[in-house]
Design a protein around this ligand. Structure first.
Ligand SMILES: Cc1cc2nc3c(=O)[nH]c(=O)nc-3n(C[C@H](O)[C@H](O)[C@H](O)COP(=O)(O)OP(=O)(O)OC[C@H]3O[C@@H](n4cnc5c(N)ncnc54)[C@H](O)[C@@H]3O)c2cc1C
Length: 400
């Protein structure tokens, strides 16, 4: 382990975090290896929205304008009641970053453009279908053991630093014995992606359906797509819920039929709130979902990974060039992702769509009412907030 490193930085994982890091490091002129287990982009659509801070990062690598061609911006957001009547509306207000504050995306298309961006850099070597199985470091660098998943061959490479952007189930995080504390919510959601065929009333806005019987999210996504998300109720069969028959049943509640949309895919997800207990061990840095996971509600999971990449890459370049001390790499705020929730919700632009019923509407003199049944109560929480290992069915978002 004393030989010269072949690469300045090895990036494990080529999701949105890894591909952003590859672009940034490529533009900085570093020798980079990108290691990705899969042959193709992961097509199961996940992220549907992002913000202007993320676009500023992609602007830095010259891709914002191209990416925005495949995004929808300036769409209103509504909270509607069980009858579909809006009671709270928002139109996110620009905050002076030069991009709309919320942009709707189609993650596979976005990743494709980011990957095309990496092709500009001959100094970035792409190793697809390679799974990184082992990371061993010494004073001078890190040795990675890769298995070619198609050919079953093994290769070792050496880099001075490693960015582990290998997702929520990060093998690197496990190897480094880094905890991933937090909680996994017991409620699970079925996420349905569709291709829009015939528009319907309200198709052009993000709507949170606040129906106590079964809340729902419906959201336009670019390139002719539309996303639906529904919680799974007690006693429902998850396998049945992803069949076409069940999906049409769910969508028909909102008047959506086969004339409106074509079903592309349906997946059941758990939502996590987790943080790695360290983001750095020696020369290895966790980034993206490998370092933190959050529920999708405010569209900040991928965004936080992009910010990680932006935070790390210029520092790595400066340290590798001897311009800054290694200690600058410790300056990444440990709870960075947590603060990212604030701007998303605190932006101005919220308006009540109709006068709110005062909280004191039910007075002591009003006729006593029997308690209303709540068909969608939150389930009782498990006594241990940590989900047992191996119970998540989606290793791209869940802990191992
Ligand atoms: C339903 C849903 C909706 C969401 N909505 C939003 C949203 O609106 N906005 C938002 O910002 N975020 C959203 N997210 C979160 C977002 O999708 C993730 O945060 C983001 O994809 C994480 O990117 P990543 O690059 O860190 O990890 P990933 O995308 O998981 O990529 C990790 C990559 O590493 C590879 N890999 C893993 N292990 C190895 C190994 N040992 N060797 C080599 N390669 C390896 C994997 O194949 C994968 O390609 C949503 C997530 C879900 C599930």
């Amino acid at each position: 382990m004393t030989e010269e490193a072949e690469y300045d930085v090895a990036v494990i994982g080529y999701g949105p975090t890894g591909v952003t890091a590859a672009n940034l490091l490529g533009a900085l002129g570093l020798r980079v290896a990108v290691i990705e287990r899969d042959a193709e982009i992961f097509t199961r659509a996940r992220a549907i929205s992002t913000d202007e801070e993320v676009l500023r990062v992609w602007q830095r690598i010259g891709l914002a304008d191209r990416l925005k061609l495949d995004m929808l911006g300036d769409l209103p957001l509504e909270f509607v009641d069980a009858k579909g009547e809006p009671f709270l509306c928002a139109h996110p207000v620009p905050r002076g970053h030069g991009h709309p504050p919320q942009m709707f995306i189609y993650q596979p298309a976005l990743e494709e453009v980011l990957r095309e961006g990496v092709e500009r850099y001959p100094n970035v070597e792409l190793l697809l279908e390679r799974e990184c199985l082992r990371v061993v470091q010494d004073e001078g660098g890190v040795e990675l053991t890769l298995v070619h998943t198609g050919e079953d061959t093994v290769r070792r490479l050496r880099a001075r630093y490693v960015i582990a952007a290998d997702g929520g189930s990060s093998l690197t995080r496990a190897q480094l014995n880094i905890g991933y504390e937090g909680r996994t919510y017991e409620d699970r959601w079925v996420v349905i992606d569709t291709e829009m065929l015939e528009p319907w009333e309200g198709h052009d806005r993000l709507r949170f359906h606040c129906d106590p019987a079964r809340p729902a999210v419906d959201c336009p996504t670019p390139l002719g797509h539309h996303r639906w998300e529904f919680p799974i109720l007690h006693g429902e069969d998850e396998k049945e819920l992803v069949t076409d028959a069940a999906i049409w049943r769910l969508l028909s509640r909102y008047g959506i039929t086969a004339a409106n949309v074509k079903i592309l895919r349906a997946t059941v997800y758990s939502h996590h709130v987790r943080f790695a207990d360290r983001f750095r061990v020696g020369r290895v840095f966790l980034a993206g979902d490998a370092a933190h996971a959050m529920p999708p509600w405010i569209g900040q999971g991928m965004a936080a990974g992009v910010r990680d990449a932006a935070n790390l890459c210029w520092k790595l370049a400066a340290v590798l060039r001897g311009e800054l001390p290694d200690s600058v790499l410790d300056s990444r705020p440990p709870r960075r992702a947590r603060s990212s929730t604030r701007p998303a919700f605190c932006s101005p632009g919220w308006t009540a769509a109709r006068p709110r019923r005062p909280c004191c509407a039910r007075t002591a003199t009003s006729t006593p009412q029997p308690p209303r049944p709540r068909p969608y109560p939150p389930r009782p929480r498990a006594s241990s907030p940590v989900q047992p290992r191996g119970t998540n069915d989606d290793d791209h978002t869940g802990p191992p």
